[in-house]
Design a protein around this ligand. Structure first.
Ligand code: PMP
Length: 395
C-alpha cells in the first residue's frame, strides 16, 4: 500500500477553505502586539501569548539587534560542543536565580525542553504520572522516554492518589503537570500534588509555559503563586510567551540540570538558540524584574474582559489567569466564529477536536498587560455580536 494514501485522502483543511471557514495561518505584516496588521486589516490581538507586551518593547528589540551584531546570526552547533555563548550562561544564571533554583539550562524551544527533560530523566524503571490535559509536548516527551506512562484524570487528585498508591515501591515516580493549563487557563492544584508526591515518594515537574510572568506576585510562576518553589523539583518553561522570544528552559537542582546537560538527546544533538533570541528573552526577564507591576496589569485586563463577557451573557470558563476561553461548543461554529471575528477586526484562536471533546469547543482568548480598556471594550462588543448571530448554528 502507498504510504501517501492517507495523505491524498486528507481533505479536512481543503473542505474548510472551500466552505470559507478555514481559520489558520493568517499572515501578519507587523510586530506581534495588542493591535496587529494582518492581511490588510488592523486587528485587535487577543490570541497571542505575549502576556507582558514585550515583543515590541524597544529595549527587547535593541538587545536582539546588539547581540546579533556581536555574535552573528546563529551558533551553528550544540550547547554541548561549539554552541555555548557566554550570553547563554549569563542568562541561565539570572533565570535560575529568578526562579529560586540552583541551576538552569536553555533548550531551543519549549516543546523541545519537554522532549529533552522528560526523556532524559525518566527511564525504564520509572513511572510518569501525567495530567490528561497536559500540553502536547509533555505527551510526546513521555512517549520518547522509556518510562511507563500513567495518565490521571485532569486535576483529579483522588485519581492521582489511587494511581500513585498502586505503583510499586521500587519504581522511580514523576508527576508532571502544566502550571497553568494552556487551553482552559486553569491553575494546577500544586499544593495537593506536592503533598501526594511527598506521601508516595514521587518527584514533581511543572510546565510553567503559561505561568512565567503571569503567576506569583513577581511573575516567577505557579510555584511562586503557591509558595512552593522549593517543593517543585523541576520547573520547565518557554521564552515564546512572557519573554517575547523563542527558546525553553529547565530549572532545578544543580545535579538534575547537569544530568540533563549530559544525557538529553534533544539537548545535545540540536543547535543552541541564536544570540538574538537569548538576548531578547534576557532583556524581557530584566524588564519583568524591574516592572513587576506588568503582572498585575495583566490580571486586571483579563478580569476586565471576564466581567465584560459575562455582562453580555456569554458563557466563559471562569479562569483566574489571562487565558479566557469562551464556549462555542461545536467545531464548525467555532471556526466560523473565529473567521467572522477576524473580519470584524478581532483575532482569536479556535480550540476544536482533538484539543477538546466535540461538544466543548472554545475560542481561546488571551490577554496582554498592555491591552487598553478601549481595545477590550471593542473586542467584547464584536464577540458578543458575532456569537449572538451564530446562536442556534450548531454544526
Ligand atoms: N508547554 C505548554 C504548556 C505550552 O503551551 C507550549 C506552547 N504552546 C509549550 C510547552 C511549547 O513551547 P514553545 O512554543 O516554546 O515550543
Amino acid at each position: 500500500m502507498d504510504l501517501f494514501k492517507k495523505i491524498y485522502a486528507y481533505d479536512t483543511a481543503k473542505k474548510a477553505k472551500e466552505a470559507g471557514y478555514y481559520p489558520y495561518f493568517h499572515e501578519l505584516t507587523s510586530k506581534q502586539d495588542t493591535v496587529v496588521h494582518m492581511e490588510g486589516r488592523e486587528v485587535i490581538m487577543i490570541g497571542s501569548n505575549n502576556y507582558l507586551g514585550l515583543t515590541s518593547h524597544p529595549e527587547v528589540i535593541q538587545a536582539a539587534v546588539d547581540a546579533t551584531l556581536k555574535y552573528g546570526t546563529g551558533v551553528s552547533g550544540s550547547r554541548f560542543l561549539n554552541g555555548t555563548l557566554n550570553l547563554h550562561k549569563e542568562f541561565e544564571t539570572e533565570l535560575a536565580e529568578f526562579l529560586n533554583k540552583e541551576d538552569c539550562t536553555i533548550f531551543s524551544t519549549g516543546f523541545q525542553s519537554n522532549l529533552g527533560i522528560i526523556s532524559a530523566i525518566a527511564g525504564r524503571n520509572d513511572i510518569i504520572f501525567s495530567d490528561k490535559e497536559n500540553h502536547a509536548s509533555i505527551y510526546d516527551g513521555t512517549r520518547l522516554s522509556y518510562a511507563e506512562v500513567i495518565r490521571f484524570e485532569h486535576a483529579d487528585m483522588k485519581d492521582l492518589e489511587e494511581k500513585l498508591a498502586k505503583a510499586p515501591e521500587n519504581k522511580g515516580k514523576l508527576i508532571i503537570t502544566d502550571g497553568v493549563f494552556s487551553m482552559s487557563g486553569e491553575i494546577a492544584k500544586l499544593p495537593e500534588i506536592v503533598s501526594l508526591a511527598k506521601k508516595y515518594g514521587a518527584r514533581v515537574m511543572v510546565d510553567d509555559a503559561h505561568g512565567l510572568g503571569v503567576m506569583g506576585a513577581r511573575g516567577r510562576g505557579t510555584a511562586e503563586h503557591f509558595g512552593l518553589e522549593k517543593e517543585v523539583d523541576i520547573i520547565m518553561g518557554t521564552f515564546s510567551k512572557s519573554l517575547a522570544s523563542l527558546g525553553g528552559y529547565v530549572a532545578a537542582s544543580h545535579e538534575v540540570v547537569d544530568y540533563i546537560r549530559h544525557n538529553s538527546r534533544p539537548y545535545i544533538f540540536s543547535a543552541a538558540i541564536p544570540a538574538a533570541n537569548a538576548a531578547a528573552a534576557l532583556q524581557a526577564l530584566r524588564i519583568l524584574k524591574r516592572e513587576p507591576e506588568r503582572v498585575q496589569a495583566l490580571h486586571d485586563i483579563a478580569e476586565y474582559m471576564r466581567q465584560g463577557l459575562k455582562s453580555k451573557g456569554l458563557k466563559i470558563k471562569d479562569s483566574k489567569t489571562p487565558i479566557v476561553p469562551i464556549y462555542t461548543y461545536m467545531p464548525i461554529r467555532t471556526m466560523v466564529a473565529c473567521n467572522q471575528l477576524f473580519e470584524q477586526g478581532v483575532y482569536v484562536n479556535p480550540v476544536i477536536p482533538p484539543a477538546t471533546p466535540i461538544g466543548e469547543c472554545l475560542i481561546r482568548t488571551s490577554y496582554t498587560a498592555t491591552h487598553t480598556r478601549e481595545q477590550i471594550d471593542q473586542a467584547i462588543d464584536r464577540i458578543s455580536e458575532v456569537l449572538t448571530s451564530l446562536e442556534g448554528f450548531n454544526e
